[in-house]
Design a binder for this molecule. Sequence first.
Ligand code: UD1
Length: 426
Amino acid sequence: MDKLLVRGGRRLSGELRISGAKNSALPILAATLLSAEPVTLRNVPHLHDVTTMIELLGCLGVEVIVDDEMNVEVLGGSLSGCRAPYEVVKTMRASFTVLGPLLARYGRAEVSLPGGCAIGSRPVDQHLKGLAALGANVVVDDGYVIADDGGGLKGARILMDVTTVGGTQNLMMAAALAQGTTVLENAAREPEIVDLAECLIAMGAHISGQGTDTISIEGVDELHGAQHRIMPDRVETGTYLIAVAATGGNVLIKHARPQTLDAVLIKLSEAGAVIEQGADWVSLSMSRGRPKAVDIRTAPHPGFPTDMQAQFLALNAIAEGTSRVTETIFENRFMHVPEINRLGANIALEGAKTAVIEGVAKLHGAPVMATDLRASFSLVIAGLVAEGETLIDRIYHIDRGYERIEEKLVQLGASVERIRGGRMDA
Ligand code: UD1
């Protein structure tokens, strides 16, 4: 199992190019199932989760061509199957977003329940309730969601009880080929929803209201081929900004979309960073040696993203002052806390939802264990500021969501090495 060795104490500086967004690429790959014609996607990140989704499309009988630059062409044609097996869905929850497209195009779907995961139970009740409202017959049998379209999906008004990104995506895709108009209320407003809507519109769907909490979808008989460029990854952008801020450095990030991460930029400014931005770039430099402690409360977009919580907590760990970080989206998303404390941080949990962080002036390298995707990068950030060496185990979590992590960090002047199966790999 690969590990990452981080030698801390270097100030990061330089330029960085941001990759395409994982959380956009995955549902958009699922959306290609809606068309019999080829869909070409550009700026697809080269990540383990993307490979998993491409494999899943292969299982469903779809041919996919990937070139050297990760332009992905999904050839469409007819589907040969409608089953997304447990072995795939358990490794990547986003594969559950094939449910809506399969049902809409194939009339039937068998998709494994994603089950729980490290950060909480993560139910899919809103996905299933919404599909039933569109006329689908949905049962859960032996851990699989088995659904048929009840003779053809029909548009409906659906009020979602919780704001769910994946649920909104599944229902938008199913409604794109339903008969009549669907209105999703209390829909998620995340930028990745807008990106999916833009791809579907390029494929001929009639969608409006994306980016607000009410999305209208007027169903069409079929979708056609299209080209779409995946939006830049806002979580990757925010993560590197925080990493640079933690080391007291400066960075110019290109090919980004900073307007999708206002909440994070505001909090970084409060911490003492000087931020400048244009349409597709953002720069950060630390105006002070040590960041100021800043309170964080995660919330659905446009609130502070839960996917940036762990990284900001690492910044607070070395900040001047005391801060509180409150997680409101997932029930068990503080597994990085004991690991960061191993480096000498002073973080206490107050119940399951709040961490109280007494900033310390220094951290010291130690062996730590990555627990989930975003939490893993919080350990990298802590390792970058710590004195000495931090060895991070189980970094397969990081590889699910951060493209070429060592290369990008080294480009900024960090000392980071991947150790493969006990071997050093410079
Ligand atoms: C997506 C992102 C993930 C991010 C999360 C929240 C992808 C591939 N993943 O995950 O990185 O952390 O949004 O921004 O885009 N819920 C229900 N019932 C449901 C569905 C969700 O109760 O049917 C709850 C969940 O348990 C959770 C909350 O709603 O507490 C938000 O989950 P959701 O927005 O669905 O997250 P994902 O789409 O899985």
